[in-house]
Write a protein that binds this ligand. Structure first.
Ligand SMILES: [Zn+2]
Ligand SMILES: [Zn+2]
Length: 124
């Protein structure tokens, strides 16, 4: 893994809450003088390697739950509407559910990303 990827991954690991690209950039820049483009490239790399996931809804990045990073998997994320707390859900049950769905365009669902909006216990 490249050094910059490592720095970016460590910042994400050190924060319980998912961070936006901008928040990650400013935290990495406290440690190292680094171009925004390099941070964004590292975020892309880490996503491609399956080490992190990006929530399209909250535009933030979180660590993948799985220890096995041998292959990249389809993420299912649940996000709290109120506080933005984000968690990764067990993907298997959703894969089966989607595989059985019939869609007009016959989506195959080998690759998918799912985001569920809900409210966490703390905000209920
Ligand atoms: Zn994951
Ligand atoms: Zn909440």
């Amino acid at each position: 893994m490249k050094h910059n990827d490592d720095l970016v991954l460590n910042v994400i690991k050190a924060n319980a809450k998912p961070l936006t690209a901008y928040e990650i950039l400013s935290k990495v820049q406290k440690v190292k003088k680094i171009q925004p483009m390099s941070v964004y490239r590292s975020l892309k790399n880490l996503q491609t390697q399956g080490k992190i996931h990006k929530s399209n809804q909250s535009k933030s990045f979180l660590l993948c739950n799985e220890n096995d990073h041998e292959h990249v998997h389809n993420p299912v994320l649940v996000i709290c509407n109120d506080c933005g707390k984000t968690e990764e859900l067990e993907v298997n049950s959703f894969s089966k559910l989607l595989a059985n769905l019939k869609t007009k365009a016959q989506f195959q669902f080998q690759n998918f990303q799912m985001e569920v909006s809900s409210t966490c216990k703390g905000c209920n």
